[in-house]
Design a protein around this ligand. Structure first.
Ligand code: NAD
Length: 500
């Protein structure tokens, strides 16, 4: 079977080509269930052609001077900026995200492209003159070859842009396998890469799901794998990739806590808790899904519920909507089953979004804001990543109890503390075992000159995404020890240094 006209093309060897896929995955608007297009599952031959082309492209590309590669990124940044509104509209349609949220998704990706345009200084090695007499030692960072990226549905612009701009700027070629749930945005990013002048083969996009991923991550020509997605897929990809002796960075799920101290500004706490828990329908890996109220802050829960009850989801182009639908009916069902389980396990549901209707879009995957109290660490709604607009509240008598709770949690992506005390904030930032910490900042996603540094079960690997760590991940260090013989110089110079 060849693919239907509304099927996306594969982007192989510089061409958008009709796929020979035997299987296609419908891409739906999650607010209406309208099928927008189909993602063709790349055939074995298409995967092979893409990888061989990427290898050829790499041989050419690694010879291009680093400042020229940086300049390509500068150009790409300009093209993306020019089209950021159109990309955001595509993104909103296929994810259901509000337009404002979609623009943020695109912008955070563009910022990484800006950082990739600084690659020359990031790729500087080290030198020591005279490591022995007349011998110098210096190191270079050199690209690896073909790199692969596997991305999730929840940030279809930002997460692909975490990966390939840095990888390509470092001199590699890159094959992206975007989420099958929203592949239109990454396809548009690839079209704009062509417009920006990306040479043939340095970026390729193959559609599909697990089957295509497994082919890519075991292929002998693939040198490095970047993954962002769920824990189960992350563990599988990390294990399979490293088992095949590849370099892997795998960013996985999360359960992010916000600690609320009683000296914090109550209004700030309530508005930041709501935005960070139900914003983007809770479908953010850095969403706050647990509030830990310390001491008298527990008395703010009723006010939190009242404010949360005013928030409603809606269509992407409705300026009054706070957030959009869950990505699929299955994702909605999963969130509803957690809400039901929370009630069964004895938590108190202060606000229940299970029966949420949006009159203009009755078929959407809507879930309303949901708030639980009387939650214990043994309950499923505390232990599992729900990935919906559900906030669970626990209480602690002291800051140290809150820190202990968070440190015992298996995830370590992000956390935050709201307080007026510098001493409490300093204590928290020092003792908390989580990779990204916000102080009066609810979602502390680092900007691209830092790196995205999740810990524990939120990340498998050692070098993280973007920033200097991405340059380390996408390069190999070569160390040169050099001696140049000077015919006029004696083999053993007679100057001696007397050490005291
Ligand atoms: P997912 O794991 O279902 O899919 C992610 C990608 O992996 C997709 O491209 C998919 O095709 C592929 N995939 C899925 N199952 C696979 C398997 N068994 N083998 C090989 N490939 C597989 O994740 P999702 O539902 O698209 O995204 C949501 C998840 O991503 C959440 O858990 C969220 O926390 C996580 N996430 C993490 C970060 C982070 O930085 N830590 C950022 C964004 C999203």
């Amino acid at each position: 079977m060849t693919t239907q006209p509304n099927c996306l093309n594969q982007f192989i060897d510089g061409e958008f080509t009709v796929s020979e896929a035997k299987r296609c995955i419908p891409v739906t608007n999650p607010a209406t269930q309208e099928v927008l297009c189909e993602a063709p599952c790349a055939t074995d031959q298409e995967i092979e052609t893409a990888i061989v082309s990427a290898q050829e492209a790499y041989y050419q590309w690694r010879e291009v001077p680093t400042p020229e590669r940086a300049r390509l990124m500068l150009n790409y940044q300009g093209v993306l900026k020019q089209h950021q509104e159109d990309i955001a509209v595509t993104l909103s349609k296929e994810t259901g995200k509000t337009l404002a949220d979609a623009k943020g998704d695109v912008w955070r990706g563009i910022e990484v492209v800006e950082q990739a345009a600084n690659v020359s200084s990031l790729m500087m090695g080290e030198t020591v003159e005279n490591v022995a007499r007349a011998i110098d030692c210096y190191s270079y960072l050199q690209p690896l070859g073909v790199c692969v990226g596997i991305t999730p549905f929840n940030f279809p612009a930002m997460v692909p842009l975490w990966m390939y701009p840095m990888a390509i700027a470092c001199g590699n070629s890159f094959i992206l396998k975007p989420s099958e749930q929203d592949p239109m945005t990454p396809t548009q990013l690839a079209e704009l890469a062509v417009e920006a002048g990306f040479p043939k083969g340095i970026l390729q996009v193959l559609h599909g799901d697990k089957e295509q991923v497994d082919r890519l991550i075991t292929h002998p020509l693939v040198k490095a794998i970047s993954f962002v997605g769920s824990v189960a897929a992350g563990q599988h990809i990390y294990r399979t990739g490293t088992d095949n002796l590849k370099r892997v960075q795998a960013f996985a799920g999360a359960k992010n806590h916000m600690v609320v101290m009683p000296d914090a500004d109550k209004d700030q706490v309530i508005s930041n808790l709501i935005g960070s828990s139900v914003g983007a329908a809770g479908q953010r890996c850095m969403a706050i899904s647990v509030a830990v109220m310390v001491g008298d802050a527990k008395n703010w829960v009723e006010d939190l519920r009242d404010a949360m009850a005013n928030v409603r989801p809606g269509l992407w182009d409705d300026p009054q909507a706070s957030y959009g639908p869950q990505i699929s009916p299955q994702a909605k069902q999963r969130v509803l089953s957690f809400i039901a389980k929370g009630k069964e396990e004895g938590a108190t549901c202060l606000l229940d979004g299970s029966d949420c209707k949006v009159p203009e879009a009755p078929d959407g995957n809507w879930v309303g804001p949901t708030l639980f109290t009387d939650v214990t660490p043994e309950m499923s709604i505390y232990k599992e990543e729900i990935f919906g607009p559900v906030l669970v509240v626990l209480c602690a008598d002291t800051l140290d109890q809150a820190i202990e709770l968070i440190n015992q949690n298996p995830y370590g992506n992000g956390t935050s503390i709201f307080t007026a005390s510098g001493q409490a904030a300093r204590h928290f930032q020092h003792y908390i075992e989580v990779g990204q910490v916000g102080i009066n900042v609810p979602i502390p996603v680092p900007l691209p000159f830092f790196s995205f540094t999740g810990w524990k079960n939120s990340f498998y690997g050692d070098q993280h995404a973007y920033g200097k760590q991405a340059v380390r991940f996408y390069t190999e260090t070569k160390t040169v020890t050099a001696r140049w013989f000077d015919p006029g110089m004696s083999a053993s110079p007679n100057m001696t240094i007397h050490l005291r």
